[in-house]
Design a protein around this ligand. Structure first.
Ligand code: NDP
Length: 532
């Protein structure tokens, strides 16, 4: 029996007693349901079932796999309000935001990978240079990995795991999904969607639990781990995976900069900064967490930002009519408070918000800070909450230096009417994705790769690069002229050594002409070898 209250969940970030996890609505503190806390044995059982089911699934055509995904898509479309309501209740975000940021992108992702995976994974003939004149071909065939373990966070409890599930299934894998302990009901709903769509049993196992369940999944003999979460946990997962020699994709945190030049459309940039910083209550890995504004327009930009912020609605009792929802946990809320306290103590000025709302839920007012600098935690560490710190710069070089002065590198955005400058600056910012005149949203474009550099992670999800993370490239090399024994086989006669020197000088240049000059020597070697 679960005995903890919402208050203790607040302190411990979740509630589990013995074998149960209790899910709460962060907007109200109300209990939503209880789910099992899977043991290591149960996780191993799920992996074994997935492995058994994968054999048949991997042998199906893309069209057959795509049909199941499209059935799941049709069911999602039909039941989107129900899913959005559950996502909203378990994560605290407004229903409209759940629809915009979790349902719309996944519907698009599902049709894209259901229809395009075959093309993206079709066998690829390689350019093998001069070897092709020796009757050789090399082809890459993409095969499923087997069982993929997906460990996901609470901030986009539907879109992040569901996207990876779809891609892994389309690539022919089975999946064991471990959702966050804060959003297990949404995780189970993903399993339910595919079950109703007719996905054969075992192909998508959802194991609910906490960090120990995630750790057990890494140990359970899966073929790859797709992890999304914090840097600290990502490092632990990578260490455990290294011991098992299994590959990992790590989608970790961000401290994403937004650079606003004086020639930017300041109205658009101000609205974008506010949405980029406060959507999902600031709990997106790609949230705008640092905003740099060119000094000459800083006053006007700040005034515009504050006027947009003043119009935001935040009402704990109106899930449907709010703009900025609850934060997912008390722990996260405290990090926000700590960052604001630290910034103010070091001289920052609070222009809007600055405090939590006095209510049962975990709400924090959208907060705008000025007079910040890079000594403050709010400019260096992931805040992951509704805080928009504004800092000024004078020149393009200074903007670049500030944007790149971070351990993270997930996304960034540049605002200017001069698109040449936009591209130039974008190419010099150290991040997985840099947007020009746009913020936050490209995780929603399943066609594009998602992932970071520096401490924001390793590998990619989404797009063809993401799909390639979920397959094993199989290189098939064929020699159509097997009767001509290779010149480099035994025995190494003095003539062979002379030929190898010539190969080094001529063949290894990649030039056909140079290689043709070797014909007499090659022929002698063939004759020499034939005589054996
Ligand atoms: P955590 O790192 O706390 O948890 C992520 C997942 O890992 C959860 O399912 C968690 O389980 C599980 N886990 C915890 N300990 C272990 C372990 N030892 N071994 C295996 N799995 C474990 O992250 P949050 O859930 O707090 O998510 C927020 C973080 O995620 C932020 O840093 C954010 O930036 C990042 N993020 C990155 C994204 C990206 O695409 N780059 C996208 C979204 C978020 P449990 O919750 O049950 O403890």
């Amino acid at each position: 029996m679960a005995t903890r209250t919402f208050e203790t969940q607040a302190a411990a970030s979740h509630a589990e007693v013995e074998r149960e996890i209790v899910s709460y609505d962060p907007s109200t503190g109300e209990e939503l349901g209880r789910v099992p806390l899977a043991t290591a044995e149960e996780v191993a059982g799920a992996v074994a079932r997935a492995r058994a089911a994968q054999k048949g699934w991997g042998a199906l055509s893309f069209r057959e796999r795509g049909a199941v995904v499209m059935r799941a898509r049709a069911l999602l479309l039909e039941g989107m309000d129900e899913v959005a309501a559950l996502v909203s209740r378990e994560s605290g975000k407004p229903e409209a935001e759940a629809l915009a940021m979790e349902i719309v992108p996944t519907l698009d992702l599902m049709q894209f990978f259901a229809r395009k995976s075959e093309r993206m994974l079709r066998p690829e003939r390689l350019d093998i240079g001069l070897y092709r004149f020796m009757g050789r071909t090399s082809t890459i065939v993409y095969r499923p990995l087997g069982v993929v373990g997906i460990i996901s966070p609470w901030n986009f409890p539907w879109a992040i795991p569901l996207g990876e599930v779809v891609m892994a299934l389309m690539a022919g894998n089975a999946v064991v999904l471990k959702p966050s302990e804060l959003t297990p009901l949404v995780g189970l709903k993903i399993g339910d969607l595919f079950r109703r769509a007719g996905l054969p049993e075992g192909l998508l196992e959802v194991v609910t639990g906490d960090g120990r369940t995630g750790a057990a999944l890494v140990e359970a003999g899966v073929d790859k781990i797709m992890f999304t979460g914090s840097v600290a946990t990502g490092r632990r997962v990578a260490e455990a995976a290294a011991r098992k020699l299994i590959p990992v994709v790590l989608e970790l945190g961000g401290k994403d900069p937004m650079v606003v030049f004086e020639d930017a459309d300041l109205s658009a940039a101000a609205h974008a900064a506010v949405w980029g910083a406060f959507a999902n209550s600031g709990q997106a890995c790609a949230s705008v967490e640092r905003c740099y504004v060119q000094e000459s327009v800083a006053e006007e930009f700040t005034a515009r930002v504050l006027s947009v912020v003043r119009a935001l609605r935040q009402d704990p009792s109106a899930r449907g009519g709010a703009d900025v929802g609850a934060m997912s946990s008390e722990r996260q809320l405290r990090t926000v408070e700590e960052h604001i306290r630290d910034a103010v103590a070091r001289g920052a000025c609070v222009l809007a918000g600055g405090e939590r709302l006095q209510c049962a839920g975990t709400f924090h007012a959208p907060t705008v800070l000025a007079d910040v600098d890079h000594t403050m935690a709010v400019m260096r560490e992931e805040t992951f909450g509704p805080v928009l710190p504004l800092m000024t710069f004078k020149t393009e070089e200074e903007a670049l230096r500030l944007a790149n002065d971070s351990d993270f590198g997930l996304t960034a955005s540049v605002w200017t009417r001069d698109l040449r400058r936009g591209r130039r600056v974008a190419e010099r910012i150290e991040a997985g994705t840099v947007m020009v005149n746009e913020v936050l949203y490209t995780h929603g474009i399943a066609q594009t790769p998602w992932g970071g550099v520096k401490q924001s992670g390793l590998g990619r999800t989404h797009g063809r690069l993401g799909l390639l993370e979920l397959v094993a490239p199989h290189h098939i090399h064929v020699n159509r002229l097997a009767r001509l024994h290779d010149v480099w086989w035994f025995n190494y006669t003095p003539g062979a050594a002379r030929l190898f020197r010539s190969l080094a000088r001529r063949f290894a240049t990649g030039s056909l002409l140079q290689t043709l000059l070797l014909s007499p020597q090659m022929l002698r070697r063939y004759r020499e070898r034939k005589g054996k």
